[in-house]
Design a protein around this ligand. Structure first.
Ligand code: IPD
Ligand code: CA
Ligand code: CA
Length: 276
């Protein structure tokens, strides 16, 4: 394992221990609301602090982009930037619904290079390094081989915080449901993407994600032989927050259904992401 990935794994496991411990006594947690349907607890902050301590001890000069306020450094000046979601699926966690994860990725010169998604509930560790494949615990994983759209299981995320693209999203959903074997919305985008890499889902799409929800999962998918793009199949997903992913055939099938539902607002968001 590359030393940088080893450090990322150490950080993810440390956060996982904090999350698992706190899950034993959810009633004791102080929960606050960042915005509509956007909850945060002290566990998110404690997990982020633990991750940043491990990373910044090993790499004091690297820049960090972290969800809960721990961002530091300038990604334009530092060749390395870590992208961290200390607890992806906070709402699930707070409800004792066992689908959440820790997500850590690092970019080198703007390119995703190492990734970890850790599910502390099931002790499932998904890792990838550019050019070296993707792994679940010690086993190599690959995207599914399914090609018939009607046989496919598709993951997604329902809009719940920013409802701007709600109508467009539901038009997509309405079109995808009858064409596939089923849809799942567990509530941790990082874990959803890891499941695409592991072939548990054949494809995935969501609108309105942040870079920390996606960065690690995207590298897992491409290293597992899958494709990731925005809603037009282009490369701006980390910036636009609009994502489609899957094995190569299902990626194309999803785009075919999604593109006719793109609204001027969605296209504009993608154009802005391209320009940024
Ligand atoms: C959320 C989860 C969820 C997705 C949301 C994310 P958080 O992350 O990934 O699946 O639908 O868009 O914000 O807020 O629990 O870290
Ligand atoms: Ca998240
Ligand atoms: Ca989070």
């Amino acid at each position: 394992m590359h030393p940088m990935l080893t450090i990322a794994v150490k950080a993810a496991r440390r956060a996982g221990r904090i999350i698992n411990q706190a899950s034993q006594n959810l009633d004791a947690l102080t929960v606050s609301k960042k915005s509509h349907s956007d909850y945060v607890s002290e566990v998110d902050g404690a997990a982020e602090e633990a991750i940043i301590k491990v990373l910044s001890t090993a790499y004091p000069d690297h820049a960090i982009l972290a969800e809960e306020g721990g961002s530091r450094g300038d990604s334009k000046k530092s060749e390395y930037q870590w992208i961290i979601d200390p607890l992806d699926g906070t709402t699930n966690f707070l409800h004792g619904f066992p689908k959440y994860s820790v997500s850590i990725a690092v970019k080198y010169k703007g390119v995703l290079t190492h990734a970890v998604v850790y599910d502390p509930n099931n002790n499932e560790l998904f890792t990838a390094s550019r050019g070296s494949g993707a792994y679940l615990n010690d086993h190599r994983i690959r995207v599914s081989k399914r090609t018939r759209f009607e046989d496919c299981l598709i993951g997604t995320g329902l809009p719940f915080r920013d409802l701007t693209h709600m109508d467009a999203y539901f038009a997509m959903l309405k079109d995808i449901v009858p064409r596939t074997a089923g849809i799942r919305r567990p509530g941790s985008a990082a874990l959803d993407l890891a499941y695409v890499a592991a072939g548990r889902y054949d494809g995935f799409w969501e609108i309105g994600l942040a870079p920390w929800d996606m960065a690690a999962g995207c590298l897992l998918i491409t290293e597992a032989g899958g494709l990731v793009g925005d809603l037009q199949g282009d490369g701006t997903y980390l910036e636009s927050g609009q994502i489609v992913a899957g094995n190569p055939k299902v990626f194309a099938s999803l785009l075919q259904v999604i593109v006719p539902h793109l609204t001027p607002a969605l296209i504009e968001a993608q154009r802005d992401a391209k320009a940024s």
